[in-house]
Design a protein around this ligand. Sequence first.
Ligand SMILES: CC(C)(COP(=O)(O)OP(=O)(O)OC[C@H]1O[C@@H](n2cnc3c(N)ncnc32)[C@H](O)[C@@H]1OP(=O)(O)O)[C@@H](O)C(=O)NCCC(=O)NCCS
Length: 325
Amino acid sequence: MHNVEIRGTGSYIPDRVVHNDELSQIVDTSDQWIRERTGIRERRISTGENTSELAVKAARKALADAEVKAEEIGLIIVATVTPDKFFPSTACIVQRELSAGKAMSFDISAACSGFIYALDVAAGLIKTGACENALVIGAEVLSKIIDWKDRNTCVLFADGAGAAVLGRGEKGIRSSFTGADGTGGDFLGCDAVPVKNAFIPDHGGQTPSYLTMNGKEVFKFAVRIMVECIRQVLNKEGCSLEEVKYIVPHQANNRIVEATAKKLGIGKDKFYMNLDKCGNTSGASIPLALDEIAGRGLLSKGDQLILVGFGAGLTYGAQLIEWTK
Ligand SMILES: CC(C)(COP(=O)(O)OP(=O)(O)OC[C@H]1O[C@@H](n2cnc3c(N)ncnc32)[C@H](O)[C@@H]1OP(=O)(O)O)[C@@H](O)C(=O)NCCC(=O)NCCS
């Protein structure tokens, strides 16, 4: 069995910035409401690039950062709920674009916990010896499934991609905790294609599916489960919160993070946030923030770090990581 470390990170966000004021021209909202209730000031929205294109751009940067060639990658996982196509998977499109040899490639659908799930799966496969290096990407073009007439949701979500290259190492991912609670599945989701075929009388055309959300229920779940996930990964290693330099949470709402910090009895400063600039990019949010924190030189070799996410499913998970770069 090998341990698994993060060798490099990369990210990409579309050029188009959408400020809160611009949204207030589309729906009945205001910059003040969005900032006070969520912490978001602006977000990036794709003006034509699809999920795989964002993913490839983030992946190229992660490979360069890790100094690993695409052909050395044995596994590509893309965490996304906004794939280019039902099939083939976004990961296979990425594999083709990167010319990543014969890497096993597939997508994971775990919404905003997707990157955490993907890290777990990739680490497991590296540990068994199935591959040496893995490329794990969180990529979303959520703007495709947003109802731009729904102020409850359109102010929250955005587009972006983040990637990490994983490989064998002595330290790296120390502990992990993941799970799901399908009974909360109706709180956040987006319908797929309805069952319609030659044997069912015509129901009158297909309507586009948009993301729907019960914000209050998701909020309550998020705070409870973030606290649980953080405690679990620390307890598994007998590590204390004081030893952790940064917690990189799924970037959904400042108030969720504030409530989590309060319950844990720590300052909010330990949580690294870039939500104000990026909004909620679902599966991309954690690797986007991780790449930013690493790029800013805020992490040193030996630092302890927690990644923690929650999302539709309902899904959740965290990893305690010793930074090895
Ligand atoms: C969505 C969220 C910001 C709403 O905040 P809230 O404090 O719960 O607000 P409420 O839902 O109670 O709504 C309060 C009022 O603001 C209104 N409102 C909702 N969105 C609004 C917007 N963009 N602008 C202005 N008003 C808005 C509501 O209609 C409601 O009006 P009413 O009192 O007249 O009915 C919050 O619940 C949240 O962040 N939940 C978690 C969502 C999330 O993170 N999802 C992704 C998880 S991966």
